[in-house]
Design a protein around this ligand. Structure first.
Ligand SMILES: Nc1nc2c(c(=O)[nH]1)N[C@H]1C(S)=C(S)[C@@H](COP(=O)(O)OP(=O)(O)OC[C@H]3O[C@@H](n4cnc5c(=O)[nH]c(N)nc54)[C@H](O)[C@@H]3O)O[C@H]1N2
Ligand SMILES: Nc1nc2c(c(=O)[nH]1)N[C@H]1C(S)=C(S)[C@@H](COP(=O)(O)OP(=O)(O)OC[C@H]3O[C@@H](n4cnc5c(=O)[nH]c(N)nc54)[C@H](O)[C@@H]3O)O[C@H]1N2
Ligand SMILES: [Mo]
Length: 741
């Protein structure tokens, strides 16, 4: 509460914000612009969390970044500002063009901006243009975005998912045939156990703490695997419960907390599986009831024998070494798994952002398949998604993978020839920006140049692009890397009234549970000069693509219900009666086949996979080489820095820190509050360095370090990415620690 009050005062928000908070995540209200956690049909009186309230205040701030701001500050000067200060300047108000002579952004008219962007785009090979989306824009905008790119001739449609849960999209798809989570919010009312890997709910999805607390009170076993003791997983004081707040009482959450080594989850999971399979072997020998669900395995899966053989052949010494956990502890986790009838597994970036992230997921799937823990109530996969509509953007066609888009339907509906070749994902886009093949970058939200790895190589290359266009609400570092021609186009936020020809508009999005709902903004727009995201996309599209009688961009902008009709026509199975169902309390479900044990895999069955590695980090340990996890503080939303505290981890007033085990500190000759540099240690000519971080002794496993994203992105080679999914491997980056000079 205190933290929310602080930001409300700092942002000088008015009564309007207080009013909007009462509508946050409620049927008929607006859906939070922060994370993608589910919106219950029967919400709490205040169905928002600390960080959701911060996100609302951040959007409804009374500060403005006007053209006058840019007469006072050159772009070169602004490049020395911190991420925090850039966004703190407030909401962007006018369309802007970069003027190289004065090194400033100057106001232009919307018409001029669209015409010039279109004129440029027409001169490029479309396959050399990047259309990035950051996961927040609505389904309506996202559908138009993907259609625009394809009509123009580009399948380069990376989105933030490429840095995030793409490992889920690839790993779950190959193993169970559905690329997304399989549970409903209501499954948390029915599970007996939760296995919880590498996700930080207290910070990144705080409304999850309510169902977690309810589970804890019900006696559900919550078994956590995380190198750090995250406060939200240890205990929860409910800010909406007056007794808990007044007495400081809290509910313990985790029943077991295993501080796995960063990148050690494959080994930990193998250990649990080893216990479970050994217990089943033993039951078979003595004729006791089986522990594995052999009927499920026989009917629904393939590859069990090979996996079981691998598990039996893997020794406890290897498992202990690679996971950093003791056999006893893993057996205790295995015992919970064995006695639980309905298990949910939850995970986040701690599993996806590793070189062997796919093996992380596959081994997790293996564990769940052993006892048929998918496709029944109270059991299944609960990946916690990031941006509020990141999953939905993929659902409506923002993807670089041609096989995931209904290209033939688009061709029929709109009478054009969609590109068929694979486009660039985020890492490929970065590589092509660095090697000079990319000509232009068009960004729908986000702060890509700051969110990606290898920022020192990216930044100069970015400015060599022929055209850079960003659609944004606030100024960020990506905007300060202008290409030869550069536009910054300010848009309405989701919480604001969006008035169009047919009246005020609503939009839709999809959450982590594949549920889709409407969202209506009512706050006064930050400036009268702003356009909505659909209007900006239409403006660029009309200036770039030859008129097509089948696509009436203006009609769509005038009435978003028509865009939803188009989405329904393109995806009739998922979006039947879209306009009618969008106001269903709790959302309508798009359908996930694995939930009904329908496996859309190559074999038509759920697949056991033998992991290809035991260490997910993708590099070998060596003396002095650490595994760095890049982390989010409690005071940030990705590259948006709300402040310099990380309350739950005891950090105040700075982000320039590194968490380190005391024994490692001693070995490195370091004392508390020494300053150190982190230096890339991926081999070769390493000159990646982050200087002068304060060493904070912390309860992390030996050999592991924690420090903040995005400041540490400079340390991650662009080639250090997950196999297959290409998610940058930000959770185990090889680094050395040097005393600062
Ligand atoms: N307030 C707020 N909310 C957010 C965001 C935000 O920045 N701020 N970001 C949004 C986005 S886009 C996303 S994707 C999500 C991200 O939410 P999370 O998935 O929670 O992501 P992180 O905070 O990066 O890291 C998650 C956890 O992984 C643990 N971890 C690191 N390495 C390993 C490992 O090898 N094994 C295991 N088991 N654990 C490990 C870390 O200790 C940390 O607790 O949150 C979304 N919500
Ligand atoms: N090292 C490391 N790197 C990481 C991660 C990590 O854990 N470690 N996490 C990765 C993950 S999971 C993700 S999702 C990416 C995030 O990467 P991005 O999604 O690219 O970055 P954000 O910081 O979320 O984008 C913030 C900007 O979005 C704009 N914005 C905000 N609201 C709106 C809106 O309504 N409309 C529009 N058009 N713009 C808006 C604002 O201008 C703001 O400055 O970073 C990835 N990078
Ligand atoms: Mo994300």
């Amino acid at each position: 509460m205190k933290s929310v009050a602080e930001i409300n005062i700092r942002e000088k928000v008015g009564v309007e914000t207080a009013r909007e908070l009462t509508r946050q995540n409620k049927p008929g209200g607006f859906m939070c612009v922060s994370c993608a956690w589910g919106k219950p049909a029967h919400p709490h009186i205040a169905e928002f969390c600390e960080n959701g309230a911060k996100a609302t205040a951040w959007e409804l701030t009374s500060f403005r970044t006007t053209p006058d701001f840019f007469t006072q500050h050159t772009v070169t000067e602004l490049r020395n500002w911190k991420d925090y200060d850039l966004e703190q300047a407030g909401r962007l108000t006018h369309p802007l063009k970069y003027d190289a002579n004065s090194d400033r952004y100057v106001a232009v008219s919307w018409a001029e901006a669209f015409a010039d962007i279109g004129a440029h785009l027409k001169t490029y090979d479309p396959t050399k243009v990047v259309f990035y989306a950051s996961g927040r824009a609505s389904l309506e905008t996202s559908y138009m975005w993907a259609l625009m790119a394809r009509m123009y001739g580009s399948q380069n449609l990376p989105d933030s998912s490429n840095m995030c849960h793409e490992t889920t999209s690839v790993g779950l798809k190959s193993a169970i045939g559905s690329p997304v989570g399989t549970i409903h919010l209501s499954d948390y009312d029915q599970c007996d156990a939760i296995f919880y890997f590498g996700q930080n709910p207290g910070v990144n999805s705080p409304r999850f703490l309510h169902p977690l607390r309810a589970c804890a009170k019900r006696g559900v076993e919550i078994v956590v695997f995380n190198p750090l003791k995250e406060r939200g997983l240890e205990r929860f004081t409910d800010p909406q419960n007056p007794i808990e707040m007044a007495t400081g009482k809290s509910t313990p959450i985790a029943t077991q907390y295993h501080q796995v080594k960063t990148g050690g989850d494959i080994a930990a999971l193998m250990g649990i599986c080893k216990y479970v399979i050994a217990a089943d072997d033993q039951c078979q020998r003595i004729g006791a009831p089986a522990i594995l669900d052999h009927a499920f395995i026989a009917e629904h899966t393939t590859g069990f024998e090979a996996f079981a053989d691998k598990v039996r052949a893997t020794g406890w010494d290897e498992i202990e070494r690679e996971s950093g956990l003791a056999r006893n502890d893993l057996e205790a986790a295995g015992a919970v798994y064995v006695k639980s009838k309905r298990v949910i597994c939850v995970y986040g970036m701690g599993l996806t952002q590793h070189v062997h992230g796919i093996d992380n997921l596959h081994t997790l799937v293996n564990l769940m398949l052993l006892r048929g823990n998918v496709g029944k109530p109270g059991a299944g996969f609960g990946p916690v998604r990031g941006h509020s509509n990141v999953q939905g953007q993929r659902t409506v066609g923002i993807t670089e993978k041609p096989e995931l888009a209904p290209l033939d339907i688009l061709k029929d509906l709109y009478d054009f020839e969609p590109p068929r070749e694979k486009g660039w994902d985020t890492v490929a886009a970065c590589e092509h920006i660095v090697d000079g093949t990319a000509r232009a970058f068009i960004g729908l939200g986000g702060n890509l140049a700051r969110a990606v790895p290898d920022t020192a190589a990216i930044e100069p290359a970015w400015q060599q692009l022929d055209l850079t266009v960003s659609i944004a609400t606030k100024l960020n570092r990506t905007h300060l890397l202008p290409g030869r021609t550069c536009y910054l186009l300010p848009c309405l936020g989701r919480i604001e009234t969006d008035e169009q020809a047919s009246g005020p508009q609503a939009v839709t999005m999809e959450d982590s549970f594949s549920r889709i709902y409407g969202s209506r903004g009512r706050a006064t727009p930050a400036a009268e000069t702003l356009l909505s995201e659909p209007a900006i996309v239409a403006g660029i599209a009309k200036a770039t693509i030859d008129p097509n009688p089948k696509v009436d961009w203006d009609a769509w902008v005038g009435n978003y219900a028509l865009i939803r009709d188009a989405i329904e026509a393109t995806y009739p199975d998922k979006f039947a009666r879209f306009n009618e169902r969008m106001w269903t309390p709790g959302g309508f479900w798009k359908g996930v086949p694995a939930t009904h044990r329908q496996w859309l895999t190559e074999s038509g069955r759920a697949e056991f996979n033998v992991p290809t590695a035991m260490n997910a980090s993708g590099f070998v340990d060596a003396p002095g080489r650490f595994r760095l996890m890049t982390l989010r503080s409690n005071d940030q939303f990705n590259t948006t820095i709300y402040g310099y505290h990380d309350r739950f981890r005891g950090i105040k007033g700075t982000r320039d820190i590194v968490f380190m085990n005391r024994a490692d500190m001693a070995e490195q000759g370091l004392a508390e509050h020494d300053l150190v540099d982190l230096v890339g240690d991926a081999g070769g000519n390493e000159n990646r360095r982050v200087a002068k971080l304060l060493v904070v002794p912390y309860d992390v496993p030996r050999g592991c370090l924690g420090a903040y994203y995005p400041e540490c992105n400079i340390l991650i080679p662009v080639t250090h990415k997950a196999e297959q999914s290409h998610v940058p491997a930000g959770k185990s980056v090889p680094v050395r620690v040097e005393k600062s000079s």
